[in-house]
Write a protein that binds this ligand. Sequence first.
Ligand code: 6GU
Length: 230
Amino acid sequence: MRFHIMTLFPEIFNSYMSESIMKRAVEKEKIEVNIYNMRDFSTNKHKKVDDYPFGGGAGMVMTPQPIYDTYMHIINTHNIKDPRVIYLTPKGKVHNQTMAEGFSKLDDVILLCGHYEGIDQRIIDLIVTDEVSIGDYVLTGGELPALILIDSISRLIPGVLSQNESFEEESFKDNLLEYPHYTRPREFMDLQVPDVLLSGNHKNIENWRNDESIRITKERRPDLYKKACK
Ligand code: 6GU
């Protein structure tokens, strides 16, 4: 999978992509991350990328030219046939595990990070295929949401996680939240590890974990619990 990030703040991505599982995924060539500073594509003599909104109002709007030219550069240099362009915006469809699974099957994903009050609507009409939000709160820009998409998508690509890190048993599988985990020591600050986990009885352990998953989901996420029962 190749990610192509369109941003005004390219530096934000370097440290996250240089650690842990993301770093390993790049090294193993399971993912490729290309970062484009849209300011570099501005034809304005001062490299301007924003302007006042027609109709008035607060804040600035990103102008279409640098965005469109960055997009054309990406699809031409990488020979992308049916480009999927995800615009990160609080107005988008809220990201979830099912959407991450869908995106993980693509060869190329272009992530468009907005700033200021937003981007010219004509860019959305012309090139954006998906508008995605990461939740019901407002951030200052699309860079953190883009990293969240990259992370959630990458770990679903075969070979990115090791056997150990497998996503076969984790939260949101079958719309359930994950059961609690324990490790050594058996007693910590007078708190014990549940006996069943020390019993060696695999059937009982599986049943306990399943019951805990259901209990926790019902308590915290009645919306998910309803779907899990279907
Ligand atoms: Cl994708 N962008 C911004 N700026 N704020 C957000 C968001 C995205 N998702 C939730 N809040």
